[in-house]
Ligand binder design. Structure first.
Ligand SMILES: [Ca+2]
Ligand SMILES: [Ca+2]
Length: 391
């Protein structure tokens, strides 16, 4: 979106007026720090997969790469680089398989049918439920105690929109009772014609529940960035170093002035069917754009200065300077609401964070499997196939 994937628990969302918006804290300023490590891009691996590559997945051979952003020559910062992308540091990633596409509504429906699973957004939360994300339960208003999720408010007040406020993006988001994965835009909407679109309104726990069933897991942030960079290459975007080569949008993002004017030159105002755009060199579709994707890691804006070199799995706890008390997990890749005047999340190095209990209309996920988890994956898939047969 918008610079911040806040949580349902964000105070700004249920308090009216600028004062509430200011309560959520200052936007992280770009404090450009010198890159550490420096040097060239990593070595691209030719490592072969240790087992047959599962259907619908691609092999990402392990290797070594420079994670994060290089300090730009130009301090006007046209790409809206954020302080959490620094310092650039060397990371080694072991090989893994990654879903070629975001998990779709059709795939999520299969999981729900097999297990009866109910997502967080479909259940009536208590104050204690919502407080699990770190929110002071006394701040939860009654109106949040109904099944709900976050949607983009197309009807926002254009006159009142003030983009000089910190976290101004909160002004175009709303808690929508009845919004969930089957009703992406709220009651009355449906996924009937969107079965091949990415599933949305799933929180971090919902994503993990699906992946546990499928014998997969969420990618770490390092795995995600390494894969988006086509195996650790020095790329600003998954397809190269130019955003719109030949004037063509290479992923589903927002063209025009967010949130006032969507020129829609890529043809999709909201989600697109997965695989509507060309994949990157590894065969990964929508690894930028369409919907944000949950990663395994807790989010900490300062993690890159202490990240271990080999297979980093994120910090022990989260710290988002924008909302310090809220427990957040990392997200990657940007969405159909990203543009140069909002978050530029489609860049390979762009990081995002979300309250782990809150799904949104533009957040989904995909799974990965590694060598250590391969047997578990095979067993899970065999169980799914067996259950299908007995139906
Ligand atoms: Ca679009
Ligand atoms: Ca995506």
């Amino acid at each position: 979106m918008s610079g911040t994937n806040m949580g349902r628990s964000s105070a700004g969302l249920w308090m009216v007026g600028g004062a509430a918006l200011l309560m959520v804290g200052a936007v992280a300023a770009i404090a450009l720090t010198p890159p550490s490590g420096g040097g060239s891009a990593g070595t691209v691996s030719q490592e072969a997969p240790p087992h047959a590559t599962p259907q619908g997945m691609v092999w990402v051979g392990g290797g070594d790469f420079q994670m994060g952003s290089e300090e730009p020559q130009d301090r006007t910062n046209p790409d809206r680089l954020r302080a959490d992308e620094f310092p650039r540091h060397r990371v080694q990633v072991s090989g893994f398989w990654m879903d070629a596409a975001e998990v779709t509504n059709a795939e999520f429906a299969e999981f729900v049918e097999a297990t009866g699973y109910k997502t967080f957004a479909e259940k009536t939360p208590t104050r204690d439920d919502l407080a699990r994300s770190g929110l002071d339960r006394s701040l939860v208003p009654d109106k949040a105690l109904v099944p709900n999720s976050l949607t983009f408010n197309n009807q926002f007040d254009r006159e009142a929109l003030n983009r000089d406020l910190p976290q101004w993006q909160f002004q175009v988001w709303q808690i929508t009772p009845g919004a969930d994965w089957r009703h992406p835009d709220g009651p009355g909407s449906s996924i009937e014609n969107r079965m091949n679109h990415p599933v949305v309104h799933v929180n971090w726990e919902d994503a993990n529940a699906y992946l546990e069933w499928a014998g997969k897991r969420l990618p770490t942030e390092a795995e995600y960035e390494y894969a988006a960079r086509d195996g650790g290459k020095d790329l600003l975007y998954p397809w190269g170093n130019e955003r719109d080569p030949g004037g063509t949008a290479m992923c589903n993002y927002w063209q025009g002035d967010f949130p006032l004017d969507n020129k829609n030159s890529d043809g999709f105002l909201t989600t697109s069917p997965v695989k509507s755009f060309k994949p990157n060199g590894l065969g990964l579709y929508d690894i930028s754009g369409n919907v944000w994707e949950w990663c395994h890691d807790f989010f900490r804006a300062d993690y890159y200065s202490e990240s271990p070199r080999k297979n980093p799995r994120g910090p022990e706890d989260s710290l988002d300077p924008d909302e310090p008390g809220i427990i957040k997990r990392s997200q990657r890749g940007g969405s159909y609401l990203c543009n140069t005047n909002s978050c530029t999340g489609y860049r390979t190095t762009a990081r995002m964070k979300g309250d782990f209990l809150t799904g949104t209309v533009h957040t989904g996920f995909r799974g990965v499997v590694d060598d250590a988890g391969y047997e578990k994956f095979v067993a899970a898939q065999a169980k799914i196939a067996e259950q299908k047969k007995t139906k």
